[in-house]
Design a protein. Structure first.
Lengths: 206, 219
């Protein structure tokens, strides 16, 4: 008989460099760098269900990784860059404005990079680099409003949910286990007989 | 002796000093490293500590009798040798085997002991490395000096992890001070607010390009 379902959070909070956008276009031109984020929290939201026998002994357990939740804390410039990706927010250099519409970012690939990789100029294929194949955030309107109205020293928090997708942004099939989140070389994610590798930005350009 | 360099075998962990020559006969002896307890008594005598009925010279001879090989002991404490010469020999012998970096650590630890006490330093060491005070007193003196310096670096690294998790990183201030103490060296920890305008404009262009693709349905 089914037993107790438990949600297991494994939250890690560390500073990271972040890039977001489309890694499949030439030379990483569509990967936008947000710079160094002082705090990034990643919660894989593991879900476990135990199957028990009549006397309450665990027979087996099964579970899955739910949607990764990634919360990033940004300084002002990072927030301005991220907000500029959202159509509802407009930066006209001499002025900034936003519509009253909902600020949403969908379908972008998020990449989190350690200080060591950045400092050493290691490629983004390093095993410590985390990739979230497709993320969605629905609260960018809030930070856009904060950027317009806030002061220079405050920080901005945005929550992303990592979605599970079958293909990358170039419509290439993804291998099982790579559809939501993975670390290391994106070449291992693609399940095509003639794959087109993701074109990652060069060291020093992000 | 050339001081041990980072990445090379550190001499503090060797079990014994070699080639200690007796001044009168020139004979060479192999001497083990003093323990923390032996070293503290010797330091107290060298620094002319006093108190109550304590006879420093008697205690020094008792410690050295347990520490030095018999031949060397007799040579150092022979009746006709002035006490200050014996004391200098013992004091110099204690410092041998410490690398240049750890000689500095010894000075700063002694300075701290003068402000607080050796008891406090031993208690701190014992807590940091999960040892009893007795185990600390039996530990090798050069290793004690080397590892005491590590406590500060490890603490700074732990604090830094906590700060990076809950605090915002501001240029300068506590985080940079912790990074220096944690010996993280020259690494890039710039916040985007301190990166140059060219970088910012480049990223803003990319962001606008993404937005244009999304709006026009090119994604």
């Amino acid at each position: 008989m089914p037993g107790q379902a438990t949600a297991i959070s494994q939250i890690e909070a560390l500073a990271r460099w972040a890039l977001i956008g489309d890694p499949t276009t030439a030379s990483g031109e569509d990967m936008v760098s947000l710079g160094r984020l002082p705090n990034v929290t990643r919660d894989p939201s593991l879900f476990r269900q135990n199957v028990l026998n009549e006397v309450g002994q665990t027979l087996k357990s099964y579970g899955t990784v739910m949607d990764h939740e990634i919360v990033i804390t940004m300084k002002r410039r990072s927030a301005a860059i991220l907000a500029a990706m959202v159509s509802e927010y407009t930066d006209a250099t001499t002025s900034r404005s936003m519509t009253t519409a909902h600020g949403e970012l969908t379908g972008a690939t998020l990449c989190l990079v350690t200080d060591e990789v950045k400092a050493n100029g290691t490629p983004l294929t390093d095993l410590t680099t985390e990739w979230y194949t497709s993320v969605v955030s629905t609260d960018l309107g809030a930070i856009a409003n904060q950027i317009i109205n806030g002061d220079d020293d405050q920080t901005y928090d945005v929550t992303f949910l990592a979605q599970t997708v079958a293909t990358d942004q170039d419509d290439q099939s993804l291998n099982a286990g790579y559809e939501q989140a993975f670390a290391g070389d994106p070449a291992d994610a693609i399940n095509e007989s003639t794959p087109t590798a993701w074109s990652l930005p060069d060291v020093g350009t992000w | 002796m050339e001081p041990a360099r980072r990445g090379h075998v550190v001499t503090e962990f060797a079990s014994a000093l070699a080639n200690v020559s007796a001044e009168d006969s020139g004979k060479e002896y192999r001497v083990r490293r003093p323990s923390v307890k032996e070293a503290l008594i010797i330091l107290a005598v060298v620094e002319r500590a006093s108190g109550g009925d304590w006879d420093p010279w008697r205690d020094l001879k008792e410690v050295c009798a347990g520490w030095l090989p018999p031949g060397l002991f007799l040579s150092v404490f022979a009746g006709d040798i002035p006490r200050h010469k014996s004391l200098k020999f013992i004091g110099d012998l204690m410092k041998r085997g410490l690398s240049e970096a750890h000689e500095k650590n010894l000075e700063s630890t002694q300075k701290k002991a003068r402000k607080t006490s050796w008891r406090e330093i031993i208690a701190e060491y014992a807590t940091a490395w999960g040892m009893s005070p007795g185990e600390v007193l039996s530990a090798s003196w050069p290793v004690f000096i080397a590892m005491y310096a590590e406590i500060e670096r490890q603490r700074a690294r732990e604090q830094l992890r906590m700060w990076e998790a809950v605090a915002t990183a501001r240029p300068g201030g506590k985080i940079d001070s912790l990074k220096r103490r944690a010996d993280f060296g020259e690494k890039i920890y710039e916040s985007p607010d301190s990166m140059d305008d060219d970088w910012f404009e480049r990223q803003m262009e990319r962001a606008r390009s993404w937005r244009s693709r999304e709006t026009n349905g090119e994604a």
